[in-house]
Design a protein around this ligand. Structure first.
Ligand code: NAP
Ligand code: ZN
Length: 359
């Protein structure tokens, strides 16, 4: 496709400029003018996903610098193109991990744009016009209407922001594997951004939920605030053994290298583990716990646009939001450092718009 960017809007943001610093700094760049199918969004909030940290540090070896991270974006529409009918100026909207796809393959036609082999990520992707995409650590976003969702009126834009990635990433496999029915038991490994939303969804849909964590200090909150039924410290053999063959499903959100072996032992025979985490090193997958329990390990990558809207609407109905720590734009690096040492309850959200109260 011809590279003819109509990129004349000046936008302020925050970018990682190289792999070495591990930080972001103020960055002025250009975005395209609002096209006929586009929606321009004044960004109010952007969640900080562990994926942002992986990309900033070039953990996966695919980062294009300068990198403007951010794919848990909420804000208000300020402009709509001539072909846009679903959105109006003033609407409260969100953009997640995806900003374009081919629109024509079997996956796109089923609104599984996330599995299109031409999927363009909201940052570090290559857009239709050939330019590299810049994410939500920025004041303004121009997004194609097909990749924008509505935030239900009753959800605040800050605590809803992480639903755009953390929320849909756990919701999609929960739905696909039939977990959203009461009566089953779910283990959530890693109580961070993704994990804490998985616990909330599990409880909202009537599951018995066990948190499997490396952080004993999270137990009280997990039980009292998040209403987890069980809390197991994964390094405690006794606790792990007591839970052997007790769970129907597990969602693994651990951002660092680990073994699935001990975790698989917690599944019942025929149980299912969904790996959503993406550590920079391969996870260990020993065969014995897999074959002796006829267990399944599968993966899942965020979710399609239709499913994202469905998840947001359900969150509206059940009043589900994320537990966040709001960060001002001059403290993004502090938050990144805390995320790297597993010190966040449970998602940092950048107050891009500088709002003093929840929108
Ligand atoms: P996060 O908020 O940092 O949470 C990760 C959790 O993993 C931590 O809270 C911690 O839980 C556990 N953990 C961290 N370091 C660990 C270590 N060294 N050993 C054992 N456990 C450790 O991260 P997140 O934003 O939820 O993202 C989690 C992972 O999912 C990342 O790899 C991210 O890139 C990936 N991701 C994938 C998708 C997808 O589409 N599949 C979407 C978004 C994110 P405890 O303290 O409870 O042990
Ligand atoms: Zn994410």
């Amino acid at each position: 496709m011809e590279v003819t960017p109509n990129h004349t809007q000046t936008v302020t943001g925050w970018a990682a400029l190289d792999q070495e610093s591990g930080k972001v700094e103020p960055f002025i760049f250009k975005r395209r003018e609002n096209g006929v199918d586009d929606v321009t969004i004044k960004v109010q909030y952007c969640g900080m996903c562990h994926t942002d940290l992986h990309f900033i540090q070039n953990d996966w070896g695919i980062t294009r610098y300068p990198l403007v991270p951010g794919h848990e974006i909420t804000g208000v529409v300020t402009k709509v193109g001539a072909n846009v009918s679903g959105f109006e100026v003033g609407d409260r909207v969100g953009v997640g991990c995806i900003s374009a796809s081919c629109l024509d393959c079997e996956h796109c036609r089923r609104s599984e744009e996330n599995y299109c082999d031409k999927v363009t990520l909201t940052y570090n992707g290559v857009f239709w016009d050939g330019t590299v995409t810049y994410g939500g650590y920025s004041s303004v976003l121009v997004a194609d209407k097909r990749f924008v969702v509505r935030i239900p009126d009753n959800l605040p834009l800050d605590a809803a922001a992480p639903l755009l990635c953390a929320g849909i990433t756990v919701y999609s496999p929960m739905k696909r594997h039939g977990m959203l029915r009461s009566g089953g038991s779910l283990g959530v490994v890693g109580l961070g951004g993704l994990g804490h939303v998985a616990v909330k969804f599990g409880k909202a849909f009537g599951l018995r939920v066990a948190v499997i964590s490396t952080s004993p200090a999270k137990e009280r909150e997990a039980r009292e605030r998040l209403k987890a039924d069980d809390f197991i410290v994964s390094t405690n053999q006794k606790q792990m053994q007591a839970m052997t063959r007790s769970l129907d499903y597990i969602i693994d959100t651990v951002s660092a290298k680990h073994s699935l072996g001990p975790i698989l032992e917690l599944l019942k025979v025929n149980g299912k583990l969904v790996l959503v985490a993406a550590p920079d090193q391969p996870v260990e997958l020993p065969s014995f716990p897999l074959i002796f329990g006829k267990r399944t390990v599968s993966g899942s990558m965020t979710g399609g646009l239709k499913e994202t809207q469905e998840m947001l609407d359900l969150c509206g109905e059940h009043n589900i939001t994320c537990d966040i720590e709001l960060v001002s734009t001059d403290r993004i690096n502090e938050a990144l450092a805390r995320m790297a040492r597993n010190d966040v309850r449970y998602r940092f959200v950048i107050n891009i718009g500088g709002n003093s109260s929840k929108l």
